[in-house]
Design a protein around this ligand. Structure first.
Ligand code: MN
Length: 511
């Protein structure tokens, strides 16, 4: 169909998503997610906010250098230093973008940026022009302008700002519902009104960025698509500031499932959705609720007998999409204990992992350990094991052994041995709880005093022989670091997850 519109998916998992409390990601983790977003074939990756800190700058630059396919954007306030630093971080990308923003609502102008409407117009002119000059030095670069708190702005004034931004060189104009205040019908009308008041919007891409404070982020984004928007900003699993952003998987699958209604399509490879969701959940420590649309554990589970019978005779009776559409179908048995190194290498290549020979050797050893204890090794198991292998590449601390004694009649005690920056370090502790004593023993060995902010255990698959995944959030010197690990043994997974958080703290210079 010739009039199908292409909707650009702008992923902000690594910028707005990472602003979710406690979702902090380090550079290696951001790169891992960015590579997966490229496999998911999003159109734009917003890699971070380069002025925010040297770490942010380096992470954005690393993604711009390494990750091929999607456009790589950096965020910048409409301030000269922000824009120049943002450009320095993204300009190495094949297709870079500066994304600059200024507030346009009365309440933001008065209290947040303390500028008059005329000053906002002047800044828009000056800063969008500056950013446009910078992106013109690169053949593929482009420029996005956002009006912060657009949905609570006076439409006439907002339209003036947007027209001006287009005149000064912005080619994507974003209309954010920054505080999640909009309602779907109203937001659709608002976008139509802006097209009417600011005719230059017809010449550029109109984008929306909706927050989920009223649970309406996806609905508002879709209303905007229906009203003419051609870019949606969203985050995997809907993470982000406060109640989060529009969730990528919901927006993409709604457009795909109801393509005829929207007369639209996206370029996302939906079969990568489930894996991307698991990766983001695991690295941010944000668990996906069971009944979450598209990516929740129960999203395709039919419980009632009537529904089950229907799906068995004809899937479309109760399924509007299939598990295969979102990449959930191949989670079953993949390898067994007789599978060899070649089979493992082939399966890992299918999953998109490229390992060196030494890493493959290690992965094979761990695979065999799992296969000996568990009849069928699934994609989920492999993913968990190999991800861990890859994340250990730059570790400064490795757990070499631990002993833990606990029970109802004794005080739990633990001893651990770590390889700490090449040196063997031992630690011991006794505490009220068994997990607590292992963590305290690691603190003793490393010489820190971490405080546990969050602790979660989950089975990777079903069955008593499942691998256990533990996620922790550990505060070191007032900063929070996530760690995750898998093992058959919950205590071992706990210890390794804690050591991973210590490594993340070390990478950030806190240990
Ligand atoms: Mn936001």
């Amino acid at each position: 169909m010739s009039d199908t519109r292409y909707i650009r998916i702008f992923d902000t998992t690594l910028r707005d998503g990472e602003q979710a409390p406690g979702a902090t990601l380090n550079r290696a983790e951001k790169l891992e997610i960015a590579h997966q977003l490229a496999k998911l074939r999003v159109d734009i990756i917003e890699a971070g906010f380069p002025i925010a800190s040297p770490d942010d700058f380096e992470a954005v630059k690393a993604i711009a250098t390494e990750v091929k396919g999607p456009r790589v954007a950096g965020l910048a306030r409409a301030i000269e230093e922000d824009i120049r630093i943002c450009w320095d971080a993204v300009k190495v990308a094949d297709v870079p973008r500066i994304h600059t923003f200024i507030s346009t609502s009365a309440v933001h102008m008065k209290y947040q940026i303390k500028k008059t409407p005329d000053e906002v117009l002047a800044d828009t002119r000056a800063m969008v022009s500056l950013a446009a000059d910078l992106v013109r030095t690169h053949p593929e670069a482009d420029l996005e302008f956002s009006a912060m708190d657009a949905s609570r702005s006076d439409p006439e004034f907002l339209a003036k700002v947007l027209d001006l931004a287009v005149q000064c060189g912005a080619t994507t104009i974003n209309v954010p519902d920054t505080v999640g205040y909009a309602l779907p019908l109203e937001f659709g009308d608002f976008i139509r009104e802006l097209y009417r008041l600011a005719p230059s919007l017809e010449d550029v891409h109109v984008s929306v960025h909706c927050h989920n404070d009223l649970g309406l982020a996806t609905a508002n984004s879709l209303a905007a698509v229906r009203a003419g928007a051609t870019q949606v900003e969203c985050a995997v699993n809907g993470i982000g500031e406060r109640a989060g952003n529009a969730s990528l998987e919901e927006v993409v699958m709604a457009i795909r499932t109801r393509g005829e209604y929207f007369q639209s399509e996206t370029g996302v490879d939906t079969r990568e959705i489930a894996r991307t969701s698991r990766l983001v959940s695991s690295l941010t420590g944000y668990v996906v609720q069971r009944n979450k649309a598209i990516v929740g554990r129960n999203a395709f589970a039919h419980e009632s007998g009537i529904h089950q019978a229907g799906v068995l005779s004809e899937a479309s009776t109760f399924e509007i999409m299939t598990p295969a559409d979102v990449g959930l179908a191949d989670n079953d048995i993949v390898l067994g204990k007789h599978s060899g190194r070649h089979a493992l290498r082939a399966k890992l290549a299918d999953l998109g992992y490229t390992l060196s020979d030494a890493e493959l050797g290690d992965a094979f050893k761990r695979f065999k350990e799992v296969a000996d204890k568990k009849k069928a090794v699934t994609v989920l198991d492999l993913e968990a094991l190999v991800s861990e292998e890859i994340r250990e590449r730059e570790d400064q601390f490795t757990l070499t052994s631990f002993v833990n004694q606990s029970g109802s009649a004794i005080i739990p005690t633990s001893q651990v041995e770590l390889l700490a920056r090449g040196e063997v370090k031992k630690g011991r502790s006794f505490s009220n709880g068994s997990v607590e004593s292992v963590f305290a023993a690691i603190d003793d060995a490393v010489g820190i005093s971490g405080s546990l902010a969050d602790y979660q255990v989950r089975a990777i698959s079903s069955g008593k022989d499942s691998l256990a995944e533990v996620r922790v959030a550990v505060e070191v010197n007032g900063r929070s670091f996530n760690g995750q690990a898998v093992s058959f043994d919950v205590m071992e997974a706990s210890a390794k997850a804690y050591v991973r958080a210590v490594n993340n703290a070390a990478a950030a210079g806190e240990v």
